[in-house]
Design a protein around this ligand. Structure first.
Ligand SMILES: Nc1ncnc2c1ncn2[C@@H]1O[C@H](COP(=O)(O)OP(=O)(O)OP(=O)(O)O)[C@@H](O)[C@H]1O
Ligand SMILES: [Mg+2]
Length: 215
């Protein structure tokens, strides 16, 4: 079973991944949680380059770095885990590339489909939970998380986070379009709800989609 979480920065993905991991582990499942980009030594190095680098990276360079990190993670970690029956929960996967590099940065979606398929060796999530929130509300969450005062210092934000509200608005709309295109596996959730309520909805969806597995 391969479950992914998507949504703009600050939507609450990591919070839900943690709760779902605890829930499934308590039910007796073997669970592996992963965060993109990263997850192998090489992929973590690429993560540093992508998130903490103060240097400009071209949109195509950024796309290929995210994809290189993903290929490392899929081949070395995700595929072997799924093959041995482990439930893998990923905090971001290739839908992030479509939303951020495609809808956000404007890279051709057809090209992205090809690159995503190369980087994942054709692996697709069984189910994707996408947390929907406005960029403004997400930013407020990030502020309170990092204790950044409202008149904040931009150097507190990572390279992706400092891309601006208009960028995040495009990314959010990208996720909404993805939900239309990928109806089979995409579950859109209102991230404005309370953490516990969102967690309950996720459990309900999983139980409905996979009654045997989540009994
Ligand atoms: N449903 C919720 N309601 C209110 N606050 C929330 C909710 N879910 C998460 N938060 C808070 O919002 C902040 C961002 O949450 P979290 O780190 O889970 O988001 P994220 O999507 O993983 O962000 P990033 O993409 O930056 O990793 C945290 O401070 C978290 O405690
Ligand atoms: Mg997170």
């Amino acid at each position: 079973m391969f479950i992914t979480f998507e949504g703009i920065d600050g939507a609450g993905k990591s919070t839900q991944v943690k709760k779902l991991r605890k829930y499934l582990t308590e039910k007796g499942h073997e669970v592996l949680t992963l965060r993109e980009p990263g997850g192998t030594v090489v992929a973590e190095n690429i993560r540093d380059l992508l998130l903490t680098s103060k240097h400009d990276i071209t949109p195509i360079g950024e796309l290929l770095l995210f994809s290189a990190s993903r290929a490392e993670l899929v081949q070395n970690v995700i595929l072997p885990a799924i093959e041995s029956g482990i439930t893998v929960i990923a905090d971001r996967f290739y839908d992030s590339t479509t939303a951020y590099q495609g809808y956000g940065r404007g890279i051709d979606l057809q090209l992205l489909r090809q690159i995503n398929s190369i980087a994942t060796f054709g692996l697709e999530p069984d189910i994707t939970f996408c947390l929907d929130i406005s960029p403004e509300d997400a930013l407020i969450r990030k502020f309170s998380e990092k204790s950044i005062p409202l008149a904040f210092d931009e150097s507190e934000l990572d390279r992706m986070e400092s891309s601006g509200l208009a960028f995040y608005q495009r990314v959010r709309e990208g996720y909404l379009k993805l939900a239309e295109d990928e109806k089979r596996r995409f579950v859109m959730l209102d991230a404005g709800n309370k953490t516990e309520h969102i967690h309950d909805l996720i459990k309900q969806r999983l139980a409905a989609f996979y009654p045997d597995f989540f009994r």
